[in-house]
Design a protein around this ligand. Structure first.
Ligand code: HOZ
Length: 425
């Protein structure tokens, strides 16, 4: 059998980088086989190093809402490239980006740009502690807030995929103030918030978790978090790294009609370049240096390349675009439900807008325990059956898939058709 170029690259990569990758899920560890090395992308497709074309449902894990290599973003980026890539000094672009984000996201009156979602959450937690003068954090099992030490407790995404929700190298002292609760457990979490009283600085939550696969909040859960944090004097942090600008311009908080105190954003506001941001009420954000005592800094934060790509991308996100994504999402959901029925497959199609997960579970997945109980082996077989048919899904049961504006109704119908076959494998 001839070795593919992807396989050759993976063999080399494993001698040079841990697991051959720069982020764990990409290594295909939980689905088996070896990863495709991607050479280029255009629209809804990308091509691997062997020239195989795939319809992509990862979209760089969300940010490529306009698809791969959208010419209008690349033109703007090229023009900025000629003017300079980073100055380590303020630029007008940062002001424009801050205005865009503050206008769009209900909870954000002031914002700080950083370079990743991990950094954004790290900064937001520090601000929450600085603002409240309190120490304890509540997070939820299966929610993922990046890889900073204090948040690698029952973490989702790659940590869950690899079965290391509590990472080695994180000391008990670093997580001593982190309490993990159960997502969607309304009474239990209410009691926990009350019990922690004036020790509790912040409740951090993915309002629509997408890092244990896509899970929806039960009616009343987010409302309870809002009410109880307000009573306790703790802050409510919505981690919208995945959902910000993806489901609506104002993120899931706009959709749910619940305004947290502080919000984290990521990737999507960089239009494909590395970005993160945290923002919230003015009085909270004025705790951040150089105005306030909470220190946080970054050389490439707000760099003109990412600001240009991000601004160009965000400004193109009109209500019609979200409507288009919702229609594609609904078409996919209906098609998948019919395919599940026809093939007699027990699985749950969970979707919100353009984000979705097919859980191989007999019952709807509502939390970490439910996600973990899904049949990951079956998912692995399904993933490869789809890959063979040129459809690239997230290589883990515990991640969300993304539809982009470059996908068409025809793409969706082809996907459903391929699933009908793949589900029989
Ligand atoms: N943890 C990311 C998605 N939730 C995956 C990052 C990557 O592998 O690129």
């Amino acid at each position: 059998m001839t070795t593919t170029r992807s396989q050759q690259l993976f063999d080399d990569a494993q001698t040079l980088m841990p697991g051959g990758v720069n982020s764990p899920v990409r290594a295909f560890g939980s689905v088996g086989g070896s990863p495709r090395f991607i050479a280029r992308g255009a629209g809804a497709h990308f091509w691997d190093e062997d020239g195989n074309r795939y319809l992509d449902y990862v979209g760089s894990w969300g940010p490529l809402i306009h698809g791969h290599a959208p010419p209008f973003i690349h033109d703007a980026v090229r023009a900025q490239l000629a003017r300079g890539t980073s100055f380590g000094a303020p630029t007008a672009l940062e002001v424009e980006m801050a205005r865009e984000v503050c206008a769009a996201v209900p909870s954000i009156e002031m914002v700080r740009m950083v370079n990743s979602g991990t950094e954004a959450v790290m900064g937001a937690i520090r601000v929450a502690r600085g603002f409240t003068g309190r120490r304890k954090i509540i997070k939820f099992a299966g929610c993922y807030h990046g890889h900073s030490d204090a948040l690698l407790v029952q973490a989702g995404s790659g940590a869950l995929t690899l079965g290391v929700p509590d990472s080695a190298g994180v000391t008990p002292a670093q997580t001593a103030d982190t309490i993990s609760a159960h997502y969607n457990a309304i009474d239990e979490t209410r009691a926990l918030i009350r019990e922690l009283g004036d020790e509790l600085a912040v409740v951090a939550v993915e309002p629509l978790p997408a890092n244990m696969g896509l899970v929806k909040p039960k009616s009343g859960f987010l409302e309870m978090l809002r009410e109880e944090t307000q009573k306790s004097g703790a802050l409510l942090l919505f981690d919208e790294v995945m959902t910000g600008f993806r489901l609506a311009r104002g993120g899931f908080q706009e959709v749910a009609g619940i305004t947290p105190d502080i919000t984290t954003l990521g990737k999507i506001i960089g239009g494909g370049f590395p970005v993160g941001a945290y923002g919230g009420r003015r009085e909270i954000m004025e705790c951040v240096a150089p105005v306030g005592p909470v220190y946080q800094a970054g050389t490439l934060s707000g760099n003109p390349m990412a600001m240009t790509a991000g601004l160009t991308s965000l400004r193109a996100l009109t209500p019609e675009k979200y409507e288009y994504l919702e229609n594609l999402g609904a078409r996919l959901e209906n098609g998948v439900r019919a395919a599940l029925q026809e093939t007699g497959t027990t699985a749950q199609m969970q979707r919100w807008g353009s984000m979705w997960t097919l859980f191989f579970s007999p019952v709807p997945v509502e939390d970490y325990a439910g996600a973990k109980a899904s049949d990951a082996q079956k998912f692995g077989r399904f993933f490869h059956a789809m890959l063979e048919r040129s459809f690239y899904l997230p290589p883990s049961q515990f991640e969300a898939a993304f539809i982009s504006l470059a996908h068409t109704e025809r793409d969706i119908d082809d996907t459903v058709e391929a699933m009908r076959e793949a589900l029989k494998v």
